[in-house]
Design a protein around this ligand. Structure first.
Ligand code: CAA
Length: 445
């Protein structure tokens, strides 16, 4: 069977940065460690006034095409996943194709274009669509560009304001990929939930505390469902688990519950029993409340064990490095977690070839999906080619006054005109409005 997966990946961060402990915390009258230790974030990436979901997506895709030597004729599909769209009819992928056609000889008239929406999980769903299209043999030898792009901003004063971010991930999905091969097995946890939504508004309505519980519940269902098709997951078989990362503190919770779940009925549970006892079994309790209380106590004890902490440090923590510096990229977030982990392996001289990643995606509203990926032989060349560190270091560090000025320029309901803080170079920029209210873009040399 032909292998299908992610051949290459590129990121594009918003060109501005908000320092959370240094700039945000003092204005909120909060301890900086709430951000660095509690939420696990140092900074948010932020779009300059000439940036939006199209520019960031097109810039990431352009880098991807240039690096892989792709021409429009190699691309049979362009899908954009976003929850920050500005048009209910014309998809963002048409704007991205329009941008790319400014810098390539050929065009994308032959390419199927679409836009995927299911909160943050839409990036992974677009990946699945591309995978299925190739596996169905409808791709005529071409690959798909999948772009996850968002301006993940919250209303001023919302608890989510600390977790903002903006950026895009572009991926090329193809046969015989260089980066990772996707598993055909998937597990889902999906339910009608009201935790985070944007009813025709750009800044979300969020029930933050509930959203955390919904994330964990759906992720657990997805893992259970995955095991029914792929067999039991064992911690020793997995190199990294990139989770959707709205903020690293969320993944700290997911990692702990995931470990408890996958070590149940294993030798690891037995080995830990001398220290913290065996995991509570529901049948041993008179009431559900007593069982849940016992589970909580076990989980608290598990978190303190050396065995768990070592597993977390090796398997989960490396997925969070980029997220700590950029915040939430919504649809792109799980995909930067993958990059983060692989970058960590490269920097530490670890050969990942043939190893397994377990990828946990999530979208509010709500749905989680788990699938596995096998790392391909040329993964190191792909990861080495990224310039993530340079992009992050080049961002303009906003003062509080800058932040107050630019924040609402990215709310579609408000017409806020703000001077740019940075000078665009070799990138697509927003260039004003057309006669039908469409957005215009140009490439700056
Ligand atoms: N030192 C160390 N830690 C501190 C601290 C300090 N001085 N002060 C607080 N903390 C810790 C808290 O104990 C807490 O950690 P635990 O959850 O492990 O206990 C953490 O910092 C955050 O503190 P609060 O819970 O008090 O923070 P908050 O209430 O202001 O905001 C939030 C938290 C509700 C999640 C908010 O960030 C939010 O609404 N975010 C947006 C929604 C979101 O991201 N939800 C995640 C799941 S939904 C999803 O994933 C989809 C998506 O992308 C949006």
């Amino acid at each position: 069977m032909t292998t299908v997966g992610i051949d290459a990946v590129e990121i594009w961060t918003g060109n501005l940065k908000l320092d959370l402990p240094g700039t945000f915390a003092p204005q909120k009258g909060e301890d900086p460690e709430k951000y660095t230790k509690g939420l696990g974030l140092n900074a948010s990436s932020f779009p300059d006034s000439y940036e939006d979901i199209v520019t960031m997506g097109a810039n990431a895709a352009h880098r991807l095409m240039e690096r892989k030597g792709l021409e429009p004729d190699d691309v049979g599909r362009i899908d954009v996943a976003t929850e920050s769209a500005f048009d209910n009819s014309k998809p963002v992928s048409t704007y991205v194709a329009g941008c790319l056609e400014q810098v390539y000889e050929g065009d994308f008239h032959h390419a199927n274009k679409g836009e995927r929406k299911f909160a943050c999980i839409a990036g992974t769903q677009s990946l699945d669509d591309a995978y299925n299209w190739i596996r169905a043999g409808r791709n005529r030898g071409r690959g798909a560009i999948v772009i996850a792009t968002d301006t993940a901003l919250y209303a001023r004063g919302d608890a989510g304001e600390a977790t903002q971010g903006a950026g895009a991930v572009a991926m090329y999905i193809a046969e015989d990929p260089d980066l990772v091969e996707l598993s055909p097995e998937q597990g889902y946890g999906s339910a009608d939930e009201t935790d985070f939504l944007k009813p025709n508004q750009q800044f979300p309505s969020v029930d933050g505390k509930r959203s955390v519980q919904v994330y964990l519940a759906r992720m657990r269902e997805a893992l259970q469902d995955f095991e029914t098709v792929a067999g039991d997951v064992h911690p020793d078989d997995i190199a990294f688990i990139p989770f959707h990362t709205p903020f690293p503190g969320m993944v700290r919770k997911a990692g702990l519950l995931g470990y408890r779940y996958i070590t149940r009925d294993t030798a690891i549970e037995e080995e830990l029993a001398a220290e913290i006892g065996r995991q509570p079994r529901e049948e041993a309790f008179d009431t559900e409340d007593d069982y849940h209380e016992a589970l909580r106590e076990y989980t608290d004890a598990l978190k303190e064990t050396d065995r768990y902490q070592q597993w977390y440090a090796e398997t989960i923590d490396p997925t969070l490095t980029i997220s700590r510096e950029v915040g939430n990229w919504y649809t792109g977030s799980v995909h930067i977690a993958r990059i983060s982990a692989m970058k960590h392996a490269l920097e530490n001289g670890r050969d990942l070839t043939g190893e397994t990643l377990l990828v946990g995606s999530y979208g509010s509203g709500a749905q989680a999906e788990i699938h596995a990926e096998t790392v391909c032989e040329c993964w190191d060349e792909e990861i080495e080619a990224l310039n993530a560190d340079e992009q992050l270091a080049a961002r303009y560090d906003m003062s509080w006054e800058d932040y107050e000025e630019v924040h609402d320029a990215h709310n579609h309901e408000m017409d806020v005109d703000v001077e740019e803080f940075t000078t665009p170079e070799e990138e697509f920029v927003f260039d004003g409005w057309g006669r039908m209210g469409e957005r215009k873009y140009r490439y700056v040399e």
